[in-house]
Design a protein. Structure first.
Length: 213
């Protein structure tokens, strides 16, 4: 692994499957420890009565959530400001969200920035035929990062197992991290998929690879 200039954003506690937030963001939560939830884990129920589900999430003591773009959009049928106002009532903060970067990027980045979100995250790229394809993806990430930066937030990529599997003698994760601008693009480690690919998360998190917001 050759990308010592880059770091991973991670949390191996309550958000094991999608390690998404830094200790700094969660300062002041229970015991000073991270206490957040990725809403994708509730995908089977949140599409029904979204407000009721969010209300229950807050009642369990969560303070931070990472959203995702479902059939009702990033804000579940509400405007970005309506969504933020409802979360504020519940004492919740949506720090980040998975989203479709290939559709209405400018609009989504503007809406996310307007309500103080910190990240928009591409949750899936898919296996690529060649390492050059991953380099092209890195170029697309850089462009998305420029749009996000213009709107006061950052762009990140959420890994799956394929990027931690050797391809032509290289890890696609290395290729993407080495070909993206660290000022524009971050990487959200999904520890489950790293382990599934036979890799040690601690190895990837060492050598200054711990990315903080």
């Amino acid at each position: 692994m050759s990308f010592s200039r880059r770091q991973f954003l991670y949390n191996a506690g309550l958000m094991t499957a999608a390690a998404a937030f830094s200790q700094e963001l969660f300062a002041g939560t229970k015991g000073g420890k991270p206490f957040g939830l990725q809403l994708y884990t509730l995908r089977d129920v949140i599409g029904g009565d979204t407000k009721a589900v969010l209300r229950q999430v807050a009642s369990f003591g969560y303070s931070f959530v990472e959203g995702y773009e479902g059939e009702k959009g990033l804000f579940w049928g509400m405007t970005n400001k309506e969504y933020k106002a409802y979360l504020d009532q519940l004492g919740l903060q949506m720090v980040s969200s998975h989203f479709d970067m290939y559709k209405d990027l400018e609009k989504k980045a503007a809406q996310a920035g307007e309500i103080g979100m910190k990240y928009l995250i591409c949750p899936w790229l898919g296996p690529q035929k060649t390492l050059d394809d991953f380099k092209k993806a890195a170029d697309a990430f850089n462009k998305a990062g420029e749009v996000c930066k213009k709107n006061g937030l950052k762009f990140a990529y959420h890994n799956h197992g394929y990027s931690f599997t050797l391809q032509d003698g290289q890890y696609p994760q290395d290729v993407m991290m080495n070909n993206t601008d660290p000022n524009l693009v971050d990487f959200e480690m999904d520890i489950y998929w790293v382990v599934t690919a036979g890799q040690d998360p601690n190895t990837w998190l060492s050598q200054e690879k711990v990315m903080h917001l």
